[in-house]
Design a protein around this ligand. Structure first.
Ligand SMILES: CC(C)(COP(=O)(O)OP(=O)(O)OC[C@H]1O[C@@H](n2cnc3c(N)ncnc32)[C@H](O)[C@@H]1OP(=O)(O)O)[C@@H](O)C(=O)NCCC(=O)NCCS
Length: 207
């Protein structure tokens, strides 16, 4: 697929494809963040530990790589000041007349509120409209998820609709609010410039 693999960066935020050696850091963040992430994650019959232990990483990373190779997904790790801070996935990539995708994301609760995810979303939207050649990006959010609603508000995404019982999340069919943006709405500007401020570098880099 055009635009894959890719490294995208702005300030202290780097997005890059997942590596096999990310397993230890990924599992540590995921296990520590169960209460923070679980309400927003797909339902599963497996326990949180089974899904997020070190052993879960190689098959997950292989599945992400296969989807990327098939051209249906761009899976990125979010790295902040050199540390794995979360993930952002461009999924449901459709070419042809639609040329659209869906973006999903999470960040370590310890690093929330620094503007890391809005920066990551701006980077992937600019990349999707640039090298990948898509026309539309959609983000679907549970109406209860105030922090995520703030992310799309900061980026000025357009509210497109309300999907009832749309996704199987946290053991139930959950309503979602759909937000979208098409290339024309950018009027030649980048999403990164629309966002304006970048996150400050973390204290641990000494910057
Ligand atoms: C939604 C999420 C990705 C936002 O990422 P982020 O990098 O923290 O985004 P921001 O820094 O722009 O913060 C967004 C809002 O979260 C809220 N927030 C900030 N710190 C917070 C904290 N420690 N705990 C809870 N909410 C917080 C604030 O309202 C903030 O808006 P503000 O900047 O106007 O004050 C993150 O909260 C998260 O990973 N949540 C759990 C997983 C999830 O909801 N994924 C998205 C599913 S659609």
């Amino acid at each position: 697929m055009p635009g894959w693999p890719a490294d995208l960066s702005a300030g202290p935020v780097l997005l890059r494809p997942p590596k096999l050696r990310d397993g230890r850091a990924w599992s540590e963040v995921r296990l520590r963040n169960e209460r923070w992430l679980r309400p927003w994650e797909p339902s599963s019959s497996a326990s949180w530990y089974e899904r997020n232990s070190l052993g879960a990483w190689p098959p997950l990373r292989s599945a992400l790589r296969r989807s990327a190779a098939a051209g249906t997904m761009l899976p990125f790790m979010i790295v902040y000041g050199g540390r794995i801070a979360g993930q952002i996935n461009v999924s449901n990539v459709v070419h042809g007349a639609l040329r659209s995708c869906t973006v999903g994301y999470w960040v370590d609760g310890e690093l929330a509120g620094r503007g890391i995810v809005p920066t990551a979303v701006a980077l992937v939207i600019d990349h999707c409209f640039g090298a990948v050649g898509l026309h539309r990006v959609e983000i679907d959010i549970r109406p209860e998820n105030a922090p995520s609603l703030r992310v799309v508000e900061k980026l000025g995404l357009r509210r497109e609709g309300y999907y009832e019982r749309f996704l199987d999340i946290d053991d139930g069919w959950r309503d979602h609010v759909a937000f979208a943006v098409t290339v024309e709405e950018m009027e030649g500007r980048s999403m990164l410039s629309r966002l304006g401020r970048l996150p400050a570098p973390p204290a641990w880099t000494g910057a």
